[in-house]
Design a protein around this ligand. Structure first.
Ligand code: PMT
Length: 398
């Protein structure tokens, strides 16, 4: 899969840089052409001589060669690449990438790169867990970058926790998988719903739920990376996405979500209903804030919201694929199969709130997929990006 591919290997300054040598060897062995770009502090950990000997190319680190004045064009490099891999990506480099601090060759190349970017963080567990690192990694995700999650284990500090750079073999596998599946959604029109819906009680209050949008946004990115033209209809979430093939449509209520979905469904090949749509909405929305001082405890009459998946299921025609989710707390598989039938879905993705690391808000999910042709496919707990890949892979088998 990597034969002839142009890959930029970005190395920043961390102990895990020694693993980058193995990664470089594996990439070369797999037939890739690799250009190493290393930060000044990366060179403290691993020498350019080793890297250039293995890659067969001079290592790029500075903007120009001091004695000749030769300029190294980060723009040309960015255009040359089929993929850029930053391994190890330190907290410092991640922060610079997230915020566009272009003070070294690696970050300027990253900012110029048009190709997909894979980021393999490596740092101590406390740095990894710090809200600033967490936010910066989220920002990279929202730019469409692929985060290769670090593993847990013994770290350079001898502390044990999450922060070990993923093993080079697995980074190569992630690249191979990416290139293998890269275009299987090409030309497909994909609709993804994500996040919660908010149903207004008055101008300051609403009925909603804990959906963060992470699962739906990961699905939209995976479908777009694989060539799909994606419309992401999102309820109110604290996430953003920037991808040339994702059209983000923001809505608030279930009715707005239904109308956004209905308006494009006829022109959709694959619809994935990941949103946690509120099943009920207040019958009346107060124009002004309901005041504690001037009213008794209010009674809020509820009405049923439209079932978006079911509505699309009734309109589905041959050749269209409709995928739903089931979020359950009990009787999981019976309920999931029931929804597969009643909503006329082709496939349903069950996640249970009884499973640790599954469902709302988490970075991971644990799902079982049920297909209309009778398959039941259980998966382990994994990052939502990987779950998205499993879901899209399974859609391809329908
Ligand atoms: O956003 P995250 O924090 O990452 O969390 C992800 C998730 C838990 C929200 C997601 O994985 C998930 O399970 N989404 C579906 C949640 C849900 O509403 O499940 P449900 O079993 O109530 O609904 C079944 C299906 O019908 C879903 O596809 C849902 O989108 C759809 N539905 C439900 C109600 C309704 N009124 N209209 C609908 O279209």
């Amino acid at each position: 899969m990597l034969k002839g591919k142009h890959i930029i290997l970005g190395i920043s300054g961390g102990i895990a840089a020694y693993k980058s040598v193995v990664l470089l060897r594996l990439l070369i062995k797999a037939g890739a052409e690799v250009q190493v770009v290393i930060t000044p502090s990366g060179k403290e950990f691993i020498t350019p001589v080793t890297l250039s000997a293995l890659s067969g190319k001079p290592v790029v680190s500075e903007f120009f060669t001091a004695n000749t004045g030769e300029w190294h064009s980060h723009v040309d490099l960015g255009l040359w690449a089929d993929a850029m891999v930053i391994a190890p990506a330190t907290a410092n480099t991640i922060a610079k990438m997230a915020n566009g601090v272009a003070d070294n060759m690696l970050v300027t190349t990253y900012l110029s790169a048009k190709a997909p970017v894979f980021v393999a963080p490596a740092m101590d567990l406390d740095m990894m867990a710090h809200p600033s690192t967490v936010r910066n990694i989220e920002l990279l995700r929202s730019y469409g970058n692929h985060i290769i999650e670090p593993a847990s284990g013994e770290l350079a500090s001898h502390l044990v926790g999450k922060g070990r750079m993923e093993e080079p073999e697995n980074i190569v596998k992630a690249l191979e998988r990416f290139f293998a599946s890269k275009s299987d959604f090409a030309g497909k029109k994909v609709l993804v719903t994500a996040g919660p819906t908010y149903e207004k009680i008055d101008p300051v209050r609403f009925i909603g739920n804990y959906s963060s949008g992470k699962m739906g946004y990961a699905l939209a990115l995976e479908a777009a990376d694989r060539g799909g033209e994606v419309t992401l209809v999102s309820g109110p979430v604290n996430m953003n996405v920037s991808h040339p093939r994702i059209n983000l449509v923001k809505v608030e209520s279930a009715k707005e979500m239904l109308s956004a979905c209905e308006s494009i469904f006829t022109d959709t090949d694959i619809a994935i209903m990941c949103a946690a749509v509120a099943d009920y909405a207040p019958k009346h929305t107060a124009d002004r804030k309901i005041k504690r001082e001037t009213s008794d405890v209010p009674v809020i009459e509820l009405v049923k919201n439209p079932d978006i998946a079911k509505t699309l299921g009734q309109k589905k025609r041959d050749g269209q694929t409709l995928v739903g989710f089931a979020l359950e707390t009990d009787n999981e598989s019976v309920n999931a199969r029931g929804k597969l039938e009643s909503k006329n879905l082709d496939m349903i993705v069950l996640n249970s709130l009884r499973d640790k690391g599954a469902g709302f808000g988490t970075d991971t999910n644990k799902v079982t997929i049920y297909t209309r042709d009778g398959r039941e496919l259980p998966f382990g707990t994994k990052p939502k990006e990987d779950v998205a890949r499993d879901i899209i892979d399974t859609i391809m088998t329908l």
